[in-house]
Design a protein. Structure first.
Lengths: 88, 315
C-alpha cells in the first residue's frame, strides 16, 4: 500500500496571521502552583460555558484569599453548593 | 440580556448612576471584597450573573471596574482575572478596548460630555469638572473625551499617562505619538501648567493640558489636535480666567459677592433664554454695586463675563 501524501501539510514553525486570535480561553495553558489553583482550573474545565481568562495564563498575581473569593463566586454562578459538616 | 444601544440609553437616563442602575435592572449581583492583584471580575452561569469589585481601591476606580465588567457581560467577552484598571487601559487587545469603550460610554454619556465640553480647545479644568459631575476619575473623563474627539470638533485627541514622571502608555483611536514626542510635550505642558501649552503642527495646532494626581505620583496629559484657528483661540475656561483677572484683580470681596449673586440667580434662569437672563441680571442684580465695581461690570469685558457665566445655565 502506498502512503497517501499529506493533503494539507502542517504549517509548523509559522506564526498565525495577525487576524487569527490566540486561544485565550485555553485553560490547559494556565500555570497552576497549588491545589487551590488546580481546583479552580478543574471546575472551569468541567463547565466550559463559564468563560474565564487569566492574565498571562497565571494565577500568581492573586493571593490565597482572593483565589478563595474567586472560587466562591464561581460556585455561586454555577449553583454549586459546598459540602457542610452535619452537626451531630 | 439587553442590546448595547438600549444599555447606553438606559445609562444615560440614569446618569450619573448609570452602571449601578443597569446592573440592578439586569439582575446582576454586585459583591465587594478585598482583592489582591486584581480590580474585579464578572461571571455568568446557570445560577446567575455576578460582578466582584475590589473594595480596597478608590471609589472612582471601583465605578470604572463595575462599568468595565458590565461591558464584559453585555458584549459576551470573557472577563480577565488578575487585571487592574491600568492593565486593561494599556492592553493592546481589541476586545479589551471594546469593553473599555462601552464602559466609558456607560459612565459618561455623550450628551453629558457635550454639556461640560461645549467648545474647543479643552483644558484640564473642564475635564476635572466633568469627572466630578460623573463621579469618575479624571483619567476616565479624559479618555472618554478623547474617544469623542471628532464629534466635539477636534481633529483628534490622545491621553498620555505618566507615572513618577516617566511615560507609561497612551490612549487614542486616531492620534499616533512616539514616547519621546509624548515626553517632550509633557515637559512643555509642565512648564506652562496650569495653562495649556500650544504647539503649531503644519496647518493645525497641538494643545496639551496637564491633569496632576500628586497622591498617586501620576500625571495625565490631554493632547488635542485642532485646526489652527480653533486651537489658537482661548478656551472658555481660559477666557473666563482672563476676564476674572480684569474684574477682580485687586478686589477679592467683589469676586465673592458676585459669586454669591450668581449662585442665587443662575438656578432661576435655567429655563430662560440667554438674552432674557442677561437683561434680567443687569436690570435687577447689577444695581447691587456702585462706583468702580459697577463700572467694571458694565464694561465690554464685564458683560462678556456675565454672558459667559449665564451661558452655562441658560437654554
Amino acid at each position: 500500500m502506498t502512503k497517501m501524501p499529506d493533503f494539507a501539510p502542517p504549517a509548523g514553525g509559522m506564526r498565525p496571521p495577525r487576524n487569527v486570535r490566540t486561544d485565550l480561553d485555553d485553560l490547559s495553558a494556565v500555570r497552576v502552583k497549588s491545589e487551590l489553583d488546580l481546583h479552580i482550573v478543574r471546575v472551569l474545565e468541567l463547565h466550559p460555558k463559564l468563560k474565564v481568562r487569566f492574565r498571562n495564563y497565571d494565577l500568581a498575581s492573586l493571593d490565597h484569599d482572593t483565589k478563595m473569593i474567586l472560587l466562591h463566586d464561581i460556585n455561586a454562578v454555577l449553583g454549586l453548593k459546598t459540602l457542610r459538616r452535619r452537626d451531630t | 440580556m439587553i442590546s448595547i444601544d438600549r444599555a447606553k440609553k438606559f445609562a444615560e437616563a440614569h446618569f450619573p448612576k448609570g452602571p449601578e442602575k443597569l446592573a440592578e435592572k439586569l439582575g446582576i449581583k454586585i459583591h465587594q471584597g478585598t482583592l489582591t492583584g486584581c480590580d474585579g471580575w464578572s461571571l455568568s452561569g446557570p445560577a446567575g450573573k455576578l460582578i466582584r469589585i475590589n473594595s480596597s481601591v478608590s471609589t472612582t476606580r471601583q465605578r470604572f471596574t463595575l462599568a468595565h465588567e458590565l461591558g464584559h457581560l453585555l458584549l459576551a467577552i470573557p472577563t480577565v482575572v488578575g487585571e487592574s484598571m491600568y492593565d486593561s487601559l494599556k492592553s493592546s487587545s481589541d476586545e479589551e478596548r471594546r469593553v473599555n469603550d462601552l464602559a466609558s460610554e456607560l459612565l459618561l454619556p455623550e450628551s453629558v460630555v457635550r454639556q461640560y465640553v461645549p467648545s474647543v480647545p479643552i483644558v484640564a479644568s473642564q475635564l476635572k469638572r466633568l469627572a466630578a459631575k460623573a463621579k469618575v476619575s479624571q483619567l476616565s473623563a479624559a479618555i472618554r473625551v478623547a474617544n469623542l474627539a471628532e464629534e466635539i470638533g477636534l481633529v483628534n485627541a490622545s491621553v498620555v499617562f505618566f507615572q513618577n514622571g516617566g511615560f507609561e502608555w497612551h490612549w487614542s483611536k486616531t492620534l499616533r505619538m512616539t514616547p519621546q514626542g509624548a515626553v517632550d510635550l509633557f515637559r512643555a505642558a509642565k512648564r506652562h501648567h496650569p495653562k495649556p501649552v500650544r504647539m503649531p503642527q503644519e496647518d493645525d495646532v497641538i494643545v496639551a493640558s496637564l491633569l496632576s494626581n500628586p497622591g498617586f505620583a501620576s500625571e495625565t496629559l490631554f493632547v488635542q489636535l485642532l485646526p489652527a484657528a480653533a486651537g489658537n483661540s482661548l478656551s472658555r475656561e481660559e477666557l473666563k480666567k482672563q476676564l476674572e483677572e480684569f474684574l477682580f484683580k485687586d478686589d477679592d470681596e467683589f469676586r465673592r459677592q458676585l459669586q454669591g449673586v450668581f449662585g442665587a440667580f443662575l438656578p432661576k434662569c435655567r429655563n430662560a433664554s440667554l438674552e432674557v437672563a442677561f437683561g434680567e441680571f443687569y436690570s435687577s442684580k447689577a444695581n447691587h454695586w456702585q462706583g468702580n465695581r459697577r463700572t467694571r461690570l458694565d464694561s465690554i469685558k464685564g458683560r462678556q463675563y456675565v454672558r459667559l457665566r449665564l451661558e452655562e445655565w441658560c437654554s
